[in-house]
Design a protein around this ligand. Sequence first.
Ligand code: GLU
Length: 432
Amino acid sequence: MLRFAPSPTGDMHIGDLRVAIFNYIVSKQRNEDLIVRIEDIDKEKNIEGKDEEILALLSLFGIEYTQVIYQSENVRYHSAMALQLIHEKKAFSCFCSPEWLEKKREESKENKKAYRYDDACRNLPDELVIDNMNSFTIRINRPDETLLIKDLIKGDVSFEPDAVDSFIIMRQDKTPTYNFACAVDDMLSDISLVIRDEDHMSNTPKQALIRTSLGYDKKIEYAHLPIILNDSGKKMSKRDDASSVKWLLEEGFLPAAIANYLILIGNKPPKEIFTMNEAIEWFDLDKISKSPVRFDIDMLRHVNKEHLQNLDAKELSRYVGFADKDIGELARIYLEEAGTTKELKSKIVPIFADKEIPEEFAGAAKTMAQTIKNAPYFDEYDDFKKYVMNESGLKGKNFFKPLRLLLTGVQHGPDIADIYKYLKNYIGEIVK
Ligand code: GLU
């Protein structure tokens, strides 16, 4: 069983989407189920409706899953398992106040040492624990030996007991910490492989320790994906518009192209343009680069253009607000100068809109519009041109400029001869 475990705390980040896509592909390859676990135990950070938004995006990208679990519904298991660890003396109650711990943290900082909990409460006698009326957290005992994590992308990574620390698994308010909830839930769902962001690498030994302490022997495989960098070489964050999947969609990038691009970067695929179903045939986690990958919107634009080119004419026309083959073919011509559906639309919409004619050509355009309105239907552009030229008496610049303006709404663009065949059935709607 694989899982995608988003937190409903903001817009879906492209890094999250990449994690979801990789999980989906590998679940298909291994013939295992994929579940979605909404990690909603941090009530203060949750944003209402984000869970639904995430699920809708997964559907839009064709990522199928068998079940959705809300982590908050597992809290009773988290508490029961924390209690088990206390009984078995694998965890302990810690009465150190947040202020005291902060002071210790500051001291470590001043001494330029990494802060570690000093295990002050680890061996408190039971009667002192029972009689203590203060709030407490629950900490798990630090491991006795080095923990080795096998990562399908990073290779073997070892963690010293000190780096893992006796960390908190239940907060004072009796809610589980992220690591505890995540480790328990992965165990409850019988997860076999965790694919997630590199950010979580340091959490992995903690989660492994939790499961071992609970007596869970099954080894979960891990694959931590390298981070995605922005143009300035920094980790892509909320400040980068392109980090938001919603923004990319609004900009007119197709889901299939975004998925293609996210599989392409930091990878060695056999070809550049492909569908997710094709990727299932050859995708290999082992081939994913260990180093961070740079997000390149121009490359995404190129991939998007290729996907738009591959659509059939009717489908393409839908993206610009029509359901007509001719408009699809017209849009295909405009793909020369557009890379997204938003840009394409900005080329097609003015063709059908009321035209603004610059003063210089206003008179000629008026005459020409009248001529066109009275013209019969012409199958060939040359015949149409000849007729309008003869009837209007316009020539040269005074003919071609107003013609382009009347037919396309703008002064520059593809050859009218090329687009006429797709416009000829709409002349009445275009020249009003
Ligand atoms: N909820 C975590 C996140 O969105 C993911 C945790 C995980 O995959 O283990 O970063």
